[in-house]
Ligand binder design. Structure first.
Ligand code: ADP
Ligand code: ADP
Length: 226
């Protein structure tokens, strides 16, 4: 079973720019997968489309065997997305941001509270739960977005440049955390323009450039070619 399966995905933005030119991509359930490519290659566009924030121009996407276009809510439930840019309200409290998200996914108030505590603790933010989000450091905001993406315990976690702009110490601890999540059975896809990150974390990899997949292989065989 594939966690995600993408066929002939095209995206032309309203200004006429062809950001994706027919992308095919399969990611197996349980995989730790990197979408690697330079800035402007189309990585965020793919993630935006998977998370239904960006409309696709044409193509098909299945998540765990279900067509996203006809199973929108199921797809959302099986997916957690960590965007590149902060997209929560800076004036809300940290705990409320995670708990509210749990509510969107239909968790009961009791379960929402339990999961909020569980994931804020895991991401070392529990003592900040009553702080306004704007008081957090950049690294804490990144961790808050991860906690929020995990609160409904999705089968697939997608992260867009998760360690861009974070210091080396936090990068290491985020890497450890993501590996633990993956070992526990969550499929992970991340985008990065940073080969070392993909090398450290990922089993399989696709390289995208100018809206086209130019390589799709195991990390091991990519490294043997370099
Ligand atoms: P869609 O085709 O998904 O409706 P649009 O083409 O309408 O998306 O663009 C969405 C937003 O992104 C617009 O506000 C647009 O101004 C902005 N935008 C335009 N060009 C770029 C760019 N090169 N990179 C990022 N955002 C852009
Ligand atoms: P990456 O995540 O790999 O850096 P993106 O998916 O953000 O790449 O962008 C791919 C290309 O599409 C870039 O050239 C970008 O400028 C362009 N682009 C992104 N969003 C928009 C938009 N809303 N309107 C027009 N062009 C866009």
């Amino acid at each position: 079973q594939h966690a995600i399966s993408i066929r002939n995905l095209k995206k032309t933005y309203a200004n006429g720019y062809e950001a994706l030119k027919g992308v095919d991509l399969d990611v197996a359930e349980g995989d730790f997968f990197a979408l690697l490519g330079p800035n402007g290659a189309g990585k965020s566009t793919i993630i935006g489309i998977i998370s239904t924030l960006v409309r696709l121009t044409s193509g098909d996407i299945q998540i765990f065997g279900k067509d996203v276009a006809t199973h929108v809510y199921e797809a959302k439930l099986s997916l957690g997305v960590v965007p590149q840019e902060v997209n929560f309200s800076q004036f809300e409290k940290v705990g409320d941001i995670v708990r509210t998200q749990a509510g969107y996914y239909g968790l009961s108030p009791k379960l929402a509270r339990e999961r909020t505590e569980k994931y804020l603790k895991k991401l070392d933010l529990w003592d900040k739960r009553d702080n306004r989000a704007r008081m957090l450091s950049g690294g804490m905001k990144r961790r808050l977005m991860i906690a929020r993406a995990l609160v409904h315990e999705p089968k697939l976690l997608i992260l867009d440049e998760p360690t861009a702009g974070v210091d080396i110490e936090l990068r290491r601890s985020m890497w450890d955390f993501l590996q633990e999540i993956n070992r526990n059975g969550t499929t992970i896809i991340l985008t990065t323009h940073y080969l070392e990150e993909a090398e450290h974390l990922c089993r399989n990899i696709a390289i995208i450039n100018h809206g086209e997949i130019i390589e799709n292989t195991s990390m091991r065989s990519l490294l043997s070619k370099l």
